[in-house]
Design a protein around this ligand. Structure first.
Ligand code: ZN
Length: 147
């Protein structure tokens, strides 16, 4: 990868770390779950306002490293306003992107930033924490709910 792209990725991560999207407690959340990454000390509380199979709103609180915060921020942007089914697909794309050796597997410009993290195996759990918490929350939700 060229150095310019590397620098751009770095910039996006730092930017999301400084100004994370959806960094808030959702008072109207009907799904709340905590997650913890003991390797780094990253902590998250994820809030979902999920009705009629739609992620109407999402928020997170927590503390951790820049990669954790940026990844949680990007995740909330990626799934906000999406159906549970779409969120599952986005999770799968992200997960495949993080676990295959192919570069640029993740078809979202911003999320592809995160696939860069897999070059640093110690940090992969930082990037995947928020995503796995989301997956745990939406797994029991039926796609057919209220259709
Ligand atoms: Zn971390």
């Amino acid at each position: 990868m060229c150095l310019d792209l590397q620098a751009l990725y770095q910039e996006i991560i730092l930017d999301h770390n400084r100004h994370p999207s959806n960094f808030k407690k959702l008072d109207q959340a009907n799904y709340v779950l905590e997650g913890y990454n003991p390797l780094c000390g990253d902590k998250i509380i994820l809030y979902l306002s999920l009705h009629n199979n739609l992620i109407q709103d999402i928020g997170f609180q927590g503390e951790g490293c820049a990669i954790f915060t940026a990844s949680a921020s990007l995740m909330t942007e990626a799934v906000k306003g999406k159906t549970v089914e779409e969120a599952r697909k986005i999770f799968k794309l992200f997960h495949d992107g993080m676990t295959t050796s192919k570069d640029n597997h993740i078809p979202f410009d911003k999320l592809s930033v995160l696939s860069n993290v897999k070059k640093f195996p110690m940090r992969v759990k930082c990037a995947t924490l928020a995503w796995h918490v989301l997956k745990t929350m939406i797994d029991p939700v039926s796609d057919d709910l209220d259709k």
